[in-house]
Ligand binder design. Structure first.
Ligand SMILES: [Zn+2]
Length: 129
């Protein structure tokens, strides 16, 4: 069952993928369809829009990892490292109650971050949380 993607998800995905320069962070493929892959699934609201919880993957790698969650966990841990995973796990435990207004705020946040990245290639996007 899929979860509906909203403006906040689309802008978040745009920022995650642009940050990776639209290259797959697993296999390195470029000029392919890229997707925003969540480490903890999108049902985990606390980290759904956290940059620490997402990577840019090509469609092939995303599907392969979705079908093989243990491979994904192994790759994520080695790719991001223990420090990153500790921070992510702490964020995961902070409850984020969402409503329409907050989602709109998140969409605006990532829309502006995206704009800054487009205007300055060295700009490093700031995560909402
Ligand atoms: Zn790939």
């Amino acid at each position: 069952m899929s979860i509906k993607r909203e403006a906040c998800d689309r802008w978040f995905s745009n920022v995650v993928r642009l940050k990776a320069k639209y290259a797959c962070e697993s296999c390195g493929a470029v000029n392919v369809r890229t997707e925003c892959a969540h480490i903890y699934g999108r049902r985990e609201k606390s980290v759904r829009w956290s940059m620490d919880n997402a990577v840019c993957l090509c469609h092939k790698c995303h599907r392969k990892f979705t079908e093989n969650p243990l491979d994904f966990a192994y790759w994520v841990n080695s790719y991001l490292g223990e420090g990153h995973m500790n921070i992510l796990n702490e964020k995961r435990n902070v409850l984020l109650k969402t409503n329409q207004a907050l989602r709109k705020e998140i969409a605006t946040h990532y829309r502006l971050e995206y704009k800054k990245m487009v205007e300055d290639e060295h700009y490093s996007p700031v995560s909402y949380n």
